[in-house]
Design a protein around this ligand. Structure first.
Ligand SMILES: NC(=O)c1ccc[n+]([C@@H]2O[C@H](COP(=O)([O-])OP(=O)(O)OC[C@H]3O[C@@H](n4cnc5c(N)ncnc54)[C@H](O)[C@@H]3O)[C@@H](O)[C@H]2O)c1
Length: 390
């Protein structure tokens, strides 16, 4: 099984993600059928895709001819049966298991036996989506990041039932589309959204304990950590409704493991309707008359904050490695290409020194006596091995 440009790609859902995925497929020469149940949304998607593709040619990123061809590859429909000849269908509809299962069942009745059925879900189990199918071995997760045309990473998630050939065909196709594929075990939040949790949760914890203000913590992570955006600015940008929901879902999916516990500060922001940039207020105030904020934290304080959040991220990366969520290389690629981390977390641990990371986590654990600060067994073992081998 392998894909060529002759294969038709079906995309279900013309929201944020569906549009981006359709754009990628069309630009790579596939006849692409975008299906959306809401007519106005479909029209808006058509206009936006036309605009985006024209902009690419105006900026000289593609030729005028390629722009015309790409837009010509796009077909729009409100009828699910429009994807009947597709070789691959990528679903990007509402994040609900029942709705996704129902759409996958309908698709199975429409398409050929060879057609691969993929979901772009961020948090649902691919195995449980596949369960709805007569032939679950053709079901897979293809998790693109937002904005899909720009973000290089795609997490490929085979369900327990997925055929090896299906995973290989999707990996090859994603590579041919100029993306970076990483294979993730079908576990909650896959790779990126699992490992990145402490970026937000430890930052909020530091703030809630009164150790620093959001502006200081953001400064620590950008200036000392080298991240493009600080955690509070990023949460305000994503929107607290979205970010809080992901945290809550991950917490539940990990059987309420205290490492993933959501925060009251963020819950209250959601309750107040302070959703971040989009509502004019979140952790920061975005209104025109808002007082500019100044961080007065010392250099050492900023370093301590960054070190603490980074060591928690390293621990999460080691945990994912320990439980075989992905290979060492894929964990590194996922965090650098999926969320633009300045360095792979496993390489970062080696730069800091594995034993230093263990000691830092043990210090936090000794102080708090909370499970969230437990050091991953793999990190501890690797620290011992690296000290005996050197
Ligand atoms: N937004 C992100 O940052 C992001 C990133 C990665 C993955 N995801 C995942 O991608 C999926 C879509 O997210 P989104 O942000 O694009 O959502 P969205 O709300 O922007 O778009 C979903 C679209 O699907 C349409 N839809 C719903 N049911 C349908 C059906 N039965 N048939 C056809 N169209 C239908 C809706 O009308 C809507 O236009 C979700 O599973 C989400 O978890 C989102």
């Amino acid at each position: 099984m392998s894909f060529t440009a002759d294969h038709i790609i079906g995309v279900i859902g013309a929201g944020t993600m569906g549009r981006g995925i359709a754009q990628i497929a069309a630009l790579h020469g596939h006849r692409t059928v975008l299906v959306e149940r809401d007519e106005d949304t479909l029209l808006a998607a058509r206009e936006q895709l036309d605009h985006f593709i024209q902009r690419l040619s105006a900026k000289g990123k593609i030729s005028d001819q390629d722009a015309v061809a790409a837009f010509g590859n796009l077909h729009f429909s409100t009828d699910l049966s429009a994807v009947k000849d597709a070789g691959l269908i990528i679903e990007a509809i509402v994040e609900s298991l029942e709705v996704k299962q129902s759409v996958f069942k309908q698709l199975e009745e429409i398409v050929s036996k060879e057609c691969i059925l993929a979901s772009n879900t961020s948090s649902l189990s691919i195995t449980s989506i596949a369960r709805a199918l007569e032939a679950p071995d053709r079901c897979i997760g293809l998790h693109f990041f937002n904005p899909a045309p720009l973000m290089k990473l795609v997490e490929i998630i085979p369900a327990l039932q997925t055929a090896e050939a299906c995973t290989m065909a999707c990996t090859d196709l994603i590579t041919a589309w100029g993306k970076v594929p990483v294979v993730a075990k079908d576990t909650p939040a896959f790779i990126v959204n699992r490992i990145a949790r402490p970026f937000y949760s430890e930052a909020i914890r530091i703030y809630e304990e009164g150790m620093a203000e959001p502006i200081d913590i953001d400064r620590a992570m950008t200036q000392k950590g080298g991240f493009r955006m600080g955690p509070f600015a990023l949460m305000d940008y994503i929107g607290h409704d979205v970010n809080y929901k992901v945290t809550e879902t991950v917490f539940e999916a990990f059987f309420y493991d205290s490492r993933f516990v959501p925060s009251f500060s963020q819950k209250r922001l959601v309750e107040a309707g302070y959703l971040g940039r989009k509502s004019g207020k979140g952790f920061y105030d975005y209104r025109e008359d808002a007082e500019p904020l100044i961080s007065t934290a010392s250099d050492q304080h900023l370093q301590d904050i960054a070190d603490r959040i980074i060591v928690m991220l390293i621990n999460a990366a080691y945990d994912a490695l320990h439980y075989g969520v992905a290979s060492r290389d894929d964990i590194e690629l996922a965090m650098t290409k999926g969320v633009n981390y300045p360095k792979g977390l496993l390489a970062w641990a080696a730069d800091i020194g594995l034993q230093e990371c263990v000691d830092h986590l043990d210090e936090l654990y000794d102080f708090y006596h909370e499970d969230r600060y437990r050091c991953c067994a793999r990190l501890r073992a690797d620290a011992v091995n690296s000290s005996t081998s050197s």
